[in-house]
Design a protein around this ligand. Sequence first.
Ligand SMILES: Nc1ncnc2c1ncn2[C@@H]1O[C@H](COP(=O)(O)OP(=O)(O)OP(=O)(O)O)[C@@H](O)[C@H]1O
Length: 255
Amino acid sequence: MAFSYKPGAPFIEGLSARIESGSVTSIIGPNGCGKSTLVKLASGLLRPASGRVEVKGRDTGSLSARERARELAVLAQSSRVPPVSVEALVALGRHPHTGMGGRLGPRDRERVEAALERAGVARFRDHDVRKLSGGERQRAFVAMTLAQDTDLIVLDEPTTYLDINACHDLMALVRDLNRRDGKTVAMVIHDLDLALRYSDRLVVMERGRVTAEGSAEEVLAAGAIERAFSMDICPHERHRSDGAADRGYVLYPRL
Ligand SMILES: Nc1ncnc2c1ncn2[C@@H]1O[C@H](COP(=O)(O)OP(=O)(O)OP(=O)(O)O)[C@@H](O)[C@H]1O
C-alpha cells in the first residue's frame, strides 16, 4: 500500500500488514511513524494511493461507509466527548444498523444493553459522559464500538490519560472481549509493557513502514522494538504463589 499527505512525497510506500482473525494485535512505533495514518486508511477516512485494505477478503474501498462500519468499529484517538448520557453514546454505535431516522428497534436496544453490560458501564447509563473519570469514559467508548457489533475492533491509543490501574483494567477487558466474545482487536498503543503483555501479535512501524510483525517473542528476538525506540528491553518474570509466572518488561534508554 502507498499513501501521501503531500503530492510527490510518499509517506507510506510498500506497506503491508496483517491483523490475524481472532487475535489481539498491537501496532507500535515512535511518534509520527504512521500508526494513526494506518488506522485512518483502515477506517476509510483516508484512501490509499495504491493498494487496498481488506476485511475478511473484501476490499473496504468498494464498500459504502455504512457497509464498512458493519465490518470494523474504530475508536479514534481523540474521540470528541459529546454532551450525552452513556446510554445515548453507546446507542450511537448502532448507527450503521438502524433504518431511516436512526430509530432503535428491539434488536438495537438489546445490543446496546449487552454492550453496556459487557463493558461494565451499565450502572453509569444515565450519567453524562463528560462527567465520567477517564477510565469509565474509555469503557463507555469501548461499549459504543461493541454496540456496532463487528468482529473487528480497532482502538487508537485507548489508554491515553488513564492511570496504571485503569490501563490494566482496560487491557483485561480487551483480552476478555477477544477470548470470550471472539473479537479481533487491533490497537495502537504507546505503552510497550502493555503491548507486550496483552497482545498475541505486534506490528512494529518506523517512518511509514512495517519493520516487524509477529508474537512478542518474535519481534523481540528480531530486535525490532529496540531499533525502533533505541531502548534496551529486559524481560523479567515474577513467580506467583499459584505457580504461574507473570512476565513483564523493563526498558532502558540506550547509553
Ligand atoms: N493531515 C495531515 N496532513 C499532513 N501530514 C500529516 C497529517 N496527519 C499526519 N501527518 C503526518 O504524518 C506523519 C504520521 O502521522 P501519524 O499521526 O500517522 O503518526 P503516529 O505514529 O500515529 O504518531 P503519534 O504516535 O504521535 O500519534 C507525521 O509526520 C504527521 O505529521
